[in-house]
Design a protein around this ligand. Sequence first.
Ligand SMILES: CC(C)(COP(=O)(O)OP(=O)(O)OC[C@H]1O[C@@H](n2cnc3c(N)ncnc32)[C@H](O)[C@@H]1OP(=O)(O)O)[C@@H](O)C(=O)NCCC(=O)NCCS
Length: 170
Amino acid sequence: MDRKEPSGKERGKDSLKAEGVIRKAEPSDFEDVMNIENACFPGELAYSRQQMRYLLFKANGVTLVEVRDGRAAGYITAVFRRGSEIAGIETIGVDPRCRGSGIGARLLRAAEEWMKPWGIKSFRLEVSIGNEQAISMYEKAGYRITETIDNYYIYEHHGTRSVYRMEKDL
Ligand SMILES: CC(C)(COP(=O)(O)OP(=O)(O)OC[C@H]1O[C@@H](n2cnc3c(N)ncnc32)[C@H](O)[C@@H]1OP(=O)(O)O)[C@@H](O)C(=O)NCCC(=O)NCCS
């Protein structure tokens, strides 16, 4: 799939450092989000377009994007069941060219804030035990490992099918 990527020169080093605007995902963000999803999760690991469309626009929850230079540079989807006090992070991804500049951490915080008025009191997620960057991000944001689940994924992710379940009380 074409990613319509601007060159490093067009984007510029300074703009990579600049903080973007976080807002709810709109239909016009779909291609950017799909491109990031495919860059983050190779092959079968990525959500399909149909699954992603459901998550973005139909699921009970929210998808937030951080927009830089007029395009989504990262996204997070958090979902919850009506009446539940626990929300789950379904997926989070940052454009590989924009990583390490705080987008992931900001999106995580924004999703937590978005959920509070809905009565959500804690967040839960599953992360591959080999995904050191994401685990570090979650730990810095206050998430703690509560469980290790073997054979969670159908396909290997970071060389393993096992995940940590992590949780945070808001
Ligand atoms: C995980 C991910 C979302 C982090 O996004 P990011 O915008 O690069 O992260 P941030 O810049 O906000 O960094 C937040 C924290 O993540 C951790 N982190 C980020 N990049 C890291 C790296 N290269 N090595 C180690 N830790 C790293 C650090 O703890 C960092 O905190 P610090 O800046 O105080 O050191 C991004 O790497 C990504 O999209 N990965 C692929 C998709 C994925 O694995 N999603 C998680 C599925 S559960």
